[in-house]
Design a protein around this ligand. Structure first.
Ligand SMILES: O=c1ccn([C@@H]2O[C@H](COP(=O)(O)O)[C@@H](O)[C@H]2O)c(=O)[nH]1
Length: 590
């Protein structure tokens, strides 16, 4: 863990079930390779993960089984360790490569900005040349204009100990927001390609699909359908991401899919037992069942010690320590602990309802947006200022708001844009349409959920845990999450209490539950409105990311505007404007 990181508290644990084939899975780490310095349950860093993987690989060797590490993309954007350097990723690429990841793929965040895609092509792809798989992503060379696969389309290899043949794919969901130096082929088209049809006809013991795809998204179902049609009995293992939740499901009895959360809070564990080798299986009179297990490991040192049977002295390897030290140096050089101000209280994204005094969205709407959305030439003009909730990525904790926090909360280069003098009777309808457009904005790429937080692709209704559970045994499947307040098990720390299709026992650490309140796609501040009556026209100010939806909403309200009508409203990114607001409004020191 990093110097000064919060120390984890002991908690009741569930063990890992080892199988013949075992996996550790990271996804949507978004640059959090230093761990969560302020959150004890997630405060291990990438160096600790390097040590952990080393011990787990040794254990696999001792047992004569296999362990593979997989990563399903969105490794970048969302933390100072990646975002604060110039160029972005100056330190991150060399830190990430220290882990031996066996199969990895691209996420959408590797592709939003052309320079990020260049970085992926120049660094992570060659760093993991044999292991990086890009089944539906191409890169366009900026000099020659040549279009080429981002990496090999699929990977065929044998596991170390049991010599199991694996055919692995690496997919990205049907993302359309990529920069023009990349091409994302829709999954339905990619699986019709000759190379894919040949790959699924390879002689293999199992298929592994890593994907920056939610495990309940159609893209994974289509890939599963195509492989299964050709291979009625071969095990197919899916590792998903993008939606930022812990989740697991099975598409049929010989397949399994896991998603392992977000922000390096979780290290996913999947294990498989049964007749995996096709030659052995073919010799049997009938095909035996496969047994799949999953665990969501909280990324903290006490848990990692527990699962490896080690302690503070025996756990860190020299390699792991060096990686932790490299991260600490990078954080120091980037001055990530520089404080813009001191947050007077904690502001939550989804742990409190919106609106509320401790909702980050209420804070933005009531305090920040009215203050930063000011164009000096139009400051008297009444305006509606719309922000998409997906632009905010994390909670603000009471205490120092640092350079690191700015990127944690808002890593995007979001700009405030506007359409001047929109008739108010039209402009006022926009927020309602963005939040409740229903079927009109349901299908990609205009799916209105893309404006909101990724978690809400999976969680559609609030999860409120006010009622204390009566279950007391750690492995009691009837266990229900507990509230944030006093609980019947006072020793439990609040944390993930995941319910997936397999049951309620997926988390390695037994926690009391945390509330999740569904939030709207967008929020809106009314600024400089007349004290009485309504304005005839307003400036409609909004984050540039949501331009296509705003134009569509205006069209539905009878206003015919297009991209040419959209202008820059204030200079600077929203991240910079927010940091400036904090410097001005919150005390410098805590
Ligand atoms: O410029 C941007 C880019 C993205 N967003 C929001 O982020 C999510 C996607 O998050 P993932 O981590 O890729 O799942 C997107 O749906 C937007 O809500 C943004 O606001 N601005």
């Amino acid at each position: 863990a990093q110097p000064g990181a919060a120390k984890p508290a002991p908690a009741p644990m569930r063990d890992l079930d080892w199988g013949k084939l075992n996996f550790l899975h990271t996804t949507d780490t978004h640059g959090w390779h230093a761990g969560h310095l302020q959150e004890s349950q997630f405060s291990a860093d990438w160096g600790d993960y390097v040590s952990f993987a080393r011990h787990m690989r040794e254990r696999a060797d001792d047992l004569g089984v296999d362990l593979l590490l997989v990563d399903t993309g969105d490794r970048v954007e969302g933390n100072g360790l990646y975002d604060a350097s110039s160029p972005k990723g100056k330190y991150y690429y060399d830190i990430y490569r220290e882990q031996q990841v066996d199969i990895l793929c691209t996420g959408n965040h590797e592709l939003y900005v052309a320079a990020t895609a260049d970085g992926e092509h120049l660094h992570t792809v060659p760093n993991f040349k044999a292991n990086y798989v890009a089944s539906n992503v191409d890169y366009i060379d900026p000099r020659s204009g040549e279009r080429m696969p981002m990496a090999q389309r699929y990977r065929k290899f044998q596991t170390k100990n049991q010599k199991l043949d694996v055919v692995a794919f690496g997919f990205l969901f049907d993302f359309t927001g990529n920069a023009n130096n990349t091409v994302v082929q829709p999954v339905k088209a990619a699986i019709r390609e000759k190379w894919f049809q040949e790959a699924i006809r390879e002689e293999t013991d199992l298929f592994v699909v890593v994907g920056h795809v939610g495990v309940r998204m159609q893209e994974f179902k289509d890939i599963f359908g195509a492989i299964r049609k050709q291979n009625p009995l071969t095990p197919i293992l899916f590792f998903g991401g993008h939606v930022h939740v812990r989740d697991a499901t099975a598409y049929d009895p010989r397949s399994f899919a896991i998603a392992s959360g977000r922000y390096f809070e979780t290290i996913g564990w999947m294990s498989v037992n049964g007749d995996l080798s096709r030659t052995e299986a073919e010799a049997l009179p009938t095909t035996g069942p496969l047994a799949f297990q999953r665990r969501y490991i909280d990324n903290n040192l006490l848990g990692l010690h527990h699962h490896t049977g080690r302690n503070a002295t025996t756990f860190p390897t020299e390699h792991g320590r060096n990686v932790s030290a490299t991260i600490a140096n990078a954080r120091r050089e980037l001055d990530l602990d520089y404080a813009f101000g001191c947050a007077p209280k904690t502001y939550w994204m989804t742990r409190s309802p919106y609106p509320a005094h401790d909702s980050i969205y209420s804070w933005l709407e009531e305090e920040v947006l009215p203050d930063v959305a000011v164009n000096p030439n139009r400051k008297e003009v009444p305006r509606l200022v719309i922000a998409n909730t997906g632009a905010i990525r994390f909670d603000i904790f009471k205490g120092a708001f640092t350079r690191d926090t700015t990127y944690i909360i808002s890593p995007f280069l979001s700009a405030l844009t506007y359409i001047p003098d929109v008739p108010y009777h039209m402009a006022r309808k926009v927020i309602k349409l963005l939040n409740n457009a229903g079927k009109i904005m349901e299908s990609a790429p205009m799916d209105s959920r893309f404006m909101g937080i990724p978690e809400q692709f999976a969680i559609r209704e609030s999860i409120i845990n006010e009622i204390p559970s009566s279950a007391t045994h750690p492995n009691d499947a009837r266990q229900k999450p507990l509230g944030d307040g006093p609980s019947e098990r006072p020793n439990l720390t609040p944390g993930y209490t995941t319910r997936d299709d397999i049951g309620h026992d997926g988390d390695d650490t037994i926690h009391s539950g945390i509330n999740f309140y569904v939030v709207p796609n967008c929020i809106q501040a009314e600024v400089a409105f007349p004290s009485e009556g309504e304005p005839a026209t307003v400036d409609l100010v909004f984050f540039d990311f949501i331009t296509p939806w705003v134009l569509m909403a205006l069209r539905l309200s009878g206003g015919h505007y297009d991209d040419e009508d959209v202008q820059r409203y204030v200079d600077g990114t929203f991240t910079e404007l927010m940091a400036g607001w904090i410097e001005k409004n919150w005390p410098r020191r805590c």
